[in-house]
Design a protein around this ligand. Structure first.
Ligand code: FMN
Length: 288
């Protein structure tokens, strides 16, 4: 283990929170329904695996079963392949028109499970997901956004300043769920593998988790908006995030009736989207 390896230590309170988060119903009916639903969607083996994970986390002694080491490379049908590309193409950053209905815990857990399955350097899994539903907490985060956004707006002048102020850049209060994704920059897990030369890889791993969640959410009909116009220290203070833990993402999540066909920033005339050919090089950087 590298000398810089002290992990995100769990206080007793935090461990309890993981075993039975406040936002999660504590009944076994909840666990049962999730496992049943998962079995229907992904098949028995996967459901068993998630179910065991839950049982283990809940202290019921569930153990991960041995899973097959390989899966067949041709296992996705043309329709399934098409579906994943459609999810990718139709994912949007959503900041408006969230429906008021709650995101059920089983749906939220599915998208968190997708996030938790992301690749990570050294299998460090350096992320942690803070689910925020409390309106008073969201009010405090919104106030932090407003302060930061005011400072950001002052950096623009003239027409661009007016255009900036017209943009909708967050959905903190209108989305029923917010999620803060944080990262332990020096995880003990993974024993330093892959981050001796590029320590930033742990944060990149956490961003992979965010992207998994974003795509899974799109498949569930949930809009996700990433808000980066907040001082990390403000989030630290509101959400009791330790100083050594990096804030990676603050996300607004909720059901929406429609996803825009193109990015809001394109529609607003703020920025255009690059064609793929502009960013692919042959053999050398910039060679085109
Ligand atoms: C790391 C990151 C931070 C972002 N921060 C914000 C933000 O603070 N406010 C906002 O309105 N959009 C934010 N976005 C969303 C981008 O503006 C959006 O992804 C981009 O315009 C492309 O649109 P699309 O995601 O709908 O395809 C962020 C996206 C990323 C990946």
């Amino acid at each position: 283990m590298p000398p810089d390896a002290p992990a995100m230590r769990k206080s007793a309170a935090t461990a309890n929170e993981i075993a039975s988060p406040r936002w999660m119903p504590r009944s076994t009916a909840y666990e049962r329904s999730r496992t049943t639903d998962t079995r229907r969607r992904y098949g028995r083996a996967h459901a068993q695996e998630i179910g065991d994970g839950f049982a283990a986390r809940l202290g019921r002694g569930g153990r991960a079963r041995k899973k097959p080491c390989v899966t067949r490379s041709e296992e996705f049908s043309a329709e399934e392949r098409e579906a994943i590309y459609r999810v990718i193409a139709s994912r949007r950053d959503v900041r408006r028109d969230f429906r008021a209905d709650e995101v059920p815990d089983d749906v939220l857990l599915r998208v968190l499970d997708a996030a938790h399955r992301a690749p990570s350097v050294g299998l460090s899994q350096p992320w942690r997901f803070i689910v925020v539903r409390d309106p008073s907490t969201r009010d405090a985060v919104h106030a932090a956004f407003t302060a930061a956004n005011e400072r950001a707006a002052e950096r623009y002048a003239g027409e661009q300043a007016a255009a900036y102020r017209a943009l909708r850049l967050e959905g903190i209060r209108s989305a029923p769920v917010n999620l803060c994704v944080v990262c332990d920059d020096r995880p003990a897990r993974g024993h330093g593998l892959g981050r001796q030369t590029m320590p930033e890889m742990v944060r990149y791993s956490t961003v992979c988790a965010v992207q998994n969640l974003w795509l899974a959410a799109r498949a569930e009909g949930l809009g996700v908006g990433w808000v980066s116009i907040i001082e990390p220290d403000a989030l630290r203070a509101i959400l009791a995030i330790p100083a050594e833990i990096a804030v990676v993402a603050y996300l607004c999540i909720g059901y929406v009736d429609r996803f825009a066909a193109e990015p809001d920033l394109v529609t607003a005339g703020w920025e255009s989207a690059l064609p793929l050919a502009d960013v692919v090089d042959r053999e050398r950087y910039g060679a085109g």
